[in-house]
Ligand binder design. Structure first.
Ligand SMILES: Nc1ncnc2c1ncn2[C@@H]1O[C@H](COP(=O)(O)OP(=O)(O)OP(=O)(O)O)[C@@H](O)[C@H]1O
Ligand SMILES: [Mg+2]
Length: 273
């Protein structure tokens, strides 16, 4: 449950671990906020989410769930390892079959290390088939994901959650009344006190941050990543569109990934100028 603070700067924050950007949002995202990570294809949305979660798990022993609906967790892990992240610093739990979840979680109970639990389309689809939930209705997908979140929260504690992506969830199951269904999904995450990143695939023309528009209002924050052409070079750029309860610098920064670290550069530091 969200609580009312008694003075300024009392909100606990979760850094993005992007040097140069966290400093521009008072150190990070307020805990338990639900934040949209928006961008067109290939803008490193998944990497930015993973980077924040990974560093929180390594530094603070947090527990995170990463649901990858766009790519298998094998493909995602290969990408992450290729970027140079050292996965030996954390526990990695891959969910193949939700029927084994109790024993998989119990093995982690005593661990002092942070943990990232990965689930993908395959394991959720299997659960839907096994329990004969109607796959054409959105309720099946959302309920399986919600139950998984609740299960991990009650057995291990869950600090962070990534849904990659919200757009894929829309393709998998039809939302009959998106306004209401999305309202309850956002409330569900906030009530459990989980800091969440919801990835949103944007159209190439950048005309909207989310599919239904209502996500923009329901979310506590919006982070926008895009590709920008400068002569023949293309750079990734990042900006904070909104972040509730935060003094934000909404300028556009160039986003770089070098030597295993993300950084946001501004003005004269732009590598292309
Ligand atoms: N070691 C690396 N250093 C810098 N960039 C890399 C590295 N490895 C991969 N990339 C870049 O990362 C990009 C993909 O990152 P990521 O999968 O996070 O993007 P995404 O926005 O989630 O993509 P998608 O739209 O496919 O989901 C690729 O375009 C690739 O060029
Ligand atoms: Mg991705």
């Amino acid at each position: 449950m969200e609580k009312i603070i008694t003075k300024r700067n009392e909100l606990k924050r979760v850094p993005l671990h992007i040097q140069g950007l966290d400093e521009n949002i008072e150190g990070g995202i307020p805990e338990s906020y639900v934040v949209l990570i928006c961008g067109t294809a290939g803008t490193m949305k998944s990497s930015v989410c993973f980077n924040s979660v990974y560093n929180e798990c390594v530094n603070k022993g947090k527990i995170a769930l990463y649901i990858s609906l766009e790519q298998s967790y094998v493909s995602l892990l290969n990408h992450i390892i290729n970027m140079g992240y050292d996965l030996s610093k954390i526990n990695i739990l891959l969910i193949n079959d939700l029927s084994n979840i109790n024993s998989q979680l119990s093995q982690l109970k005593e661990s002092k290390k942070g943990t990232i639990i990965f689930g993908d389309l395959g394991c959720i689809r299997k659960e839907i088939k096994d329990t004969k939930i109607n796959t054409t209705a959105n309720a099946g997908w959302v309920n399986v994901i919600k139950n998984l979140v609740k299960k991990i929260k009650s057995d291990l504690g869950l600090d962070m959650f990534v849904l990659d992506s919200l757009s894929a969830l829309y393709v998998l199951g039809k939302f009959e009344n998106p306004r209401i269904e999305l309202f309850f999904i956002f409330e569900f995450l906030r009530d459990l006190n989980i800091t969440s990143y919801l990835v949103s695939e944007m159209p190439l023309d950048g005309s909207k941050y989310s599919e239904y528009g209502v996500e923009d209002y329901l979310s506590d924050g919006i982070i926008y990543i895009r590709l920008s052409q400068f002569r023949r070079a293309v750079v990734r750029e990042i900006s904070i569109v909104k972040m509730r309860s935060t003094s934000v610098n909404t300028d556009v920064f160039s986003l770089e990934f070098k030597n295993g670290k993300f950084s946001a550069l501004y003005g004269g530091q732009n590598p292309l100028l």
